[in-house]
Design a protein around this ligand. Structure first.
Ligand code: NAD
Length: 270
């Protein structure tokens, strides 16, 4: 006779509470969708009009978990701190923290606006420091935490005209490795997902800037700049990023920490 193990009726992330920053759009929404489908309760965050945010909440709530929205502006350190403290206040815990919110600006360095530099460093790098710093003690105390920083292939290699973004993303990788070492004995992992080009509003918005900076048209930007970097010649999808984030949050991710995980069609293999 063959013995069969009883299947757990619970989805894999049932009972887990996740914060996903910048999850009203693009990659963050893809990650929030994957975690919600796996049963997590999610605090979504990001900008957008009320109707669009309500639509995201009801789409994710259909998976059965509790979906809250926190509109913290993460350019402000106090917003980043409040996002975490308010989540712990409402849900009593935070198990998964995905630092995803980010912006881009493309310009030669000699005309790169100092304000854009400050904003990119504040959102793409410092906000992750503030959320991790605020969540870390609770994660260590409960003996479980999954921190995922959505970095970029630009955490590993540079491109011209993206000085602030490349600097911020390289910084995110340093933060990731340091936090991984500090949480390793308490079951708190910290990893960086490093996407190549993923078709989202952030990429759409930089096409015009890149065309201007390089003096070429839109089609040439897509063919000769964006996909030229990606050997598989296609954009990665938000579903692919979501699937990796879900893996890192599950049992298979327990020993993966301090890693930079490219999802870039081979870009950084060059
Ligand atoms: P997106 O523009 O589609 O989404 C960005 C999200 O961040 C939105 O939800 C937006 O509301 C939110 N946001 C913006 N400013 C904010 C603020 N001040 N406070 C709180 N939230 C704010 O962008 P995306 O392409 O999905 O990018 C998400 C992350 O992935 C970014 O960190 C980006 O650097 C990274 N990334 C993107 C690509 C790509 O090709 N799209 C590649 C590598 C890395």
């Amino acid at each position: 006779m063959i013995a069969t193990a009883a299947r757990s009726p619970l989805p894999p992330l049932a009972g887990r509470v996740a914060i996903v920053t910048g999850s009203t759009s693009g990659i963050g929404l893809g990650i929030a969708r994957a975690l919600a489908e796996a049963g997590a309760d999610i605090v979504i965050n990001g900008l957008g009009d009320a109707d669009a945010i309500a639509a995201v909440r009801s789409e994710l709530a259909a998976y059965g978990g509790t979906i809250a929205w926190n509109g913290a502006n993460l350019l402000d350190p106090q917003g980043a701190v409040a996002l975490v403290t308010e989540t712990i206040g409402v849900f009593g815990r935070v198990d998964i923290l995905v630092n995803n919110a980010g912006i881009q600006h493309v310009s030669p360095i000699e005309t790169f606006s100092a304000e854009r530099w400050d904003a990119i460093i504040a959102l793409n790098l410092s906000a992750a420091f503030h959320t991790i710093r605020t969540a870390f003690a609770a994660m260590k105390e409960q003996g479980f935490g999954r921190i995922i920083n959505v970095a970029s292939a630009h955490a590993l290699v540079a491109s011209p005209f993206k000085s602030a973004y490349v600097a911020a993303k390289h910084g995110v990788l340093g933060l990731t490795k340091t936090v991984a070492l500090e949480g390793a004995e308490q079951g708190v992992t910290c990893n960086a997902i490093c996407p190549g080009y993923v078709w989202t509003p952030l990429v759409e918005n930089q096409i015009a800037d890149t065309a201007r900076a390089r003096g070429i048209d839109r089609e040439a930007v897509i063919r000769d700049v964006l996909l030229a970097a990606q050997p598989n010649k296609r954009f990665a999808t938000v579903e692919e990023i979501g699937a990796l984030a879900l893996f890192l949050c599950g049992p298979g991710g327990a020993s993966i920490t301090g890693a930079a995980l490219p999802v870039d069609g081979g870009w950084t293999a060059h």
